[in-house]
Write a protein that binds this ligand. Structure first.
Ligand SMILES: [Zn+2]
Length: 390
């Protein structure tokens, strides 16, 4: 029996798949190919739609699969002028919304995607789940990245893959961080190496699990759910620990000749002082014990590598409790900390206090991303109430 409306009339170059199911909610929005050299998510999105169609899979709620940087995808390049996943900040969005100036190719893509999201919010019902599919330049087990809000933690922990928190503290303007500010669940998924065929399968597995966990598709509708979950995702993730946090970022300077030492796998354990890369002919060594994360094996990009460590179960539990009890108000009672007059989710912190308290305290209470502005550190809360997208 076919109940879904596979909305082929809604298929555009931007929307590569759209299913309008029996119920009006939830609404799942999947981004693919935000980086034009990462085609795996696009192929996976198309395969999922085909399977829903061919096997008459019953669907509750709505699904939109959106193609990201269409121009760059066609050319097989990461981006044309600017990285489409580094320009989702208020300043840039105001610019593309308000100005009639011509933008660069990637900002044109951004404007179209922005308007598409706006349209989905206007016409569909929540809860909304945003998923963004990527691949990496180094071999990797599949993993999830999230901003550390409790709703993101809750949804991401259902998947049998490692989860890395707080990457937004190190990156400017990723799409999902922007969406997260309106309170919606938003997960990034890194499926594997760019050209590994397995990356397409991993993306498909991730999409199917997301559709089951968000209750769009009943388990019983899928004959190979166990395969997706256990064989494709879980079997490769030998890490005993689930949640990781970024401790160190190596930024490549302008005109620096950086070369990562070959052979690192993502999540591989490294020791303090171990040789990791060459910079202008000199060794770059690890400044701490941990695991190597996202080592750069492609031409484009400013992040040489990150070092991550596991987050203890105790820390996760404690931060859950302090946030549920809303104890973050106590932070504002400390000297040198005040609420930002313009944004209730932001704390302005005197640099002396910031040094004394350390980042971890703010992380515990759910604050991330310290930006230095007017001699104050701005810490931004990740847990949000749902507000209207703008
Ligand atoms: Zn990417």
């Amino acid at each position: 029996m076919m109940n879904n409306d596979i909305a082929s009339k809604n298929k555009t170059e931007r929307i590569i798949g759209n299913v309008l199911g029996e119920k009006l909610s939830p609404t799942i929005i999947i981004f693919s190919g935000i980086h034009g050299n990462e085609n795996a998510g696009v192929s996976a999105g198309k395969n999922v739609i085909k399977k829903i169609e061919n096997e008459h899979i019953k669907f509750q709620g709505n699904l939109f699969i959106i193609q990201g940087n269409i121009n760059a995808l066609k050319k097989g390049i990461r981006y044309e002028d600017v990285d489409l996943n580094r320009i989702w900040n208020k300043e840039n969005i105001d610019k593309i919304k308000l100005s009639s100036n011509s933008f660069n190719a990637d900002e044109n893509e951004q404007l179209e995607i922005y308007l598409q999201i706006k349209d989905i919010f206007k016409t569909q019902k929540g809860p909304f789940y945003f998923l963004d599919l990527h691949t990496t330049s180094s071999p990797t087990v599949p993993f999830i990245t999230i901003s550390d809000s409790l709703n993101n933690r809750d949804f991401s922990s259902k998947f049998p893959v490692p989860i890395v928190l707080g990457i937004e503290e190190y990156l400017d303007g990723p799409l999902l961080t922007y969406l997260n500010e309106f309170g919606h669940v938003s997960l990034g998924f890194e499926a594997g190496e760019h050209f590994d065929e397995q990356s397409v399968m991993n993306c498909e597995a991730f999409i199917w699990l997301a559709l089951v966990y968000s209750k769009c598709v009943k388990k019983s509708e899928l004959n190979n759910l166990v395969y997706y979950k256990k064989e494709l995702l879980k079997s490769k993730c030998t890490n005993k620990y689930k949640f990781f946090e970024i401790d160190l970022q190596y930024i490549i300077k302008k005109d620096e000749d950086f070369k990562m030492k070959s052979g690192f796998n993502n999540f591989e354990k490294i020791k303090n002082n171990q040789k990791l890369a060459k910079s202008n002919g000199k060794d770059v060594r690890a400044a701490m014990n941990g695991r190597i994360f996202m080592p750069l094996y492609q031409e484009l990009g400013n992040d040489g590598f990150f070092i991550i460590t596991r987050i203890s179960y105790f820390w996760l539990k404690t931060s859950l409790i302090v946030r549920k009890l809303n104890t973050h108000h106590f932070l504002r009672l400390l000297p040198g900390i005040e609420k930002d007059p313009y944004n209730s989710y932001t704390l302005n912190v005197n640099p002396k206090t910031a040094k004394f308290l350390t980042k971890e305290i703010f992380h515990l209470f759910g604050y991330r991303k310290q930006v230095l502005k007017d001699d104050r550190f701005h810490f931004i809360k990740r847990d949000r109430k749902i507000t209207e997208f703008h």
